[in-house]
Write a new protein. Sequence first.
Length: 467
Amino acid sequence: MSTFYVTCAIPYVNAPPHVGHALEFVQGDVVARYHALLGKDTMLLSGGDENALKNVQAANKAGIPVKQFVDTNTEKFLELTKALGCRFDVWQKGSDEKHNFVAAQKLWELCKKDIFKKSYEGLYCVGCEQYYTKEELDENGQCLEHPGKKLDVVKEENYFFRLSKYQDQLVQLITNDTIKIIPDFRKNEMLSFLKQPLQDISISRSNERAKNWGVPVPGDPSQRIYVWFDALNIYQSGVGFGWDEKMYDKWWPADVHVIGKGITRFHAIYWPAFLLCAGLKLPKSIFVHGYFTVNGAKMSKTVGNVIDPFTLIEKYGSDPLRYYFLREIPSTADGDFSESRFKEVYNADLANGIGNLTARIAKLCELNAVHIKNTLPAFSANSHVDQYEFSLALEELWKDIKKLDVQINTDKPWETKDATQIKKYITQLIHIAVALQPFLPDTARKILDQFKGPAIQSAVPLFPRLI
RNA sequence: GCCAGCGUAGCUCAGUGGUAGAGCAGUGUCUUCAUAAGGCAUUUGUCGCAGGUCCGAUCCCUGCCGCUGGCACCA
């Protein structure tokens, strides 16, 4: 049996999830469900990026032990995936010593030939407990959070990774789609980035700076592995790397990494370089989605327009939100979220579209005592989904819904009372429901249940109309 | 600043060298199986601005304006 392994980026757990995380989880889930329905053994993974220094800072600020802080916050993300109806098979935590620490250290050992020590000098703000570059400071060369406070010049020895060595190889691999980056403009961005000489990157922090949090560097207890090196590796640590080789061989390499546009470089350049160095297989593709704006404005904590997905799910249900993400948000570009638009789409496509169609057919069956023998059609491949064009895939399905509505109006089955005719509608509706499964799993299941036969009853509306 | 892309009906977007389309919203109408749902019909556009090439440009070129993304240690 062939396998398909999808990952979503592991969210940074120092803040609660917002709609952007929800979008990514849904996209990943659709891809995974789609391949599962095609008969593949499928794995969907995400987890918690827990080893970053900012988590330590946030936990200290809240007066909570770090471990407890990351556990609580990571749990919120996991809850969100469930509320969205996403089926994650593995949720790999960065702080998991048994799996992730072991895996991170194994990757480190495998990369050793290109890891070297180098001293790093930077401007350190004691208030923020963080390094800054000159560009990040105000005109007086001071940190924006702590004006008036002088920054310290701190010198520290860190381990570096010889990224520069892999430049030519990376250009090759990205150009010829060995690592396929979707969409093309993101691929081009990476290639243009690779036109400049690559610099080696720091992959460790002193214990002092890392506040003793994170994965210890093998053989050097004074340093911790820098988050990126172990965070990317969660895609491997979650499927057995370093602790279950049989499982690892089954799943790795990932078929697709689903990520946001802000972290393309880490996935398309750093990550493959680590893997090349370690002699491991490379991910086959990287799908990059955009970000949300809210009513046309950038989503930000300071503006206070961050949308809480839990509230929306509670109010409208998970499938409507999934539908909005998949149909209304362009899969690779930024999209806008507004509740008024959400309601419009809900009424037009869900209540009046698939919901009403289901209700009218069910009622026709009930009134005419139509009985059926149920045979489910096979799930078939969809080139739009293969190309991550979720909106187009749904557009096609909604054309079928419209067609069926037109057919019913033309036939006037309420006059003919022709059971054969009505059975044809059922067949077509079931086709639509089957194709709908990866996108709106709950709705598809409800329709398939309702039309399981032999007798068919009308039921409560799938999507009550919103006022 | 440099590089890439975008700017088309109220909204979201598609599109082509011969003066434009879809969906939603709006309006009218038919119908009643259905969630005041469905069907049909239909209004609206200086296709960002200014030049240029061409018999002719929304689609090609130049400039300008506006927006978005990338330009390394930011999950």
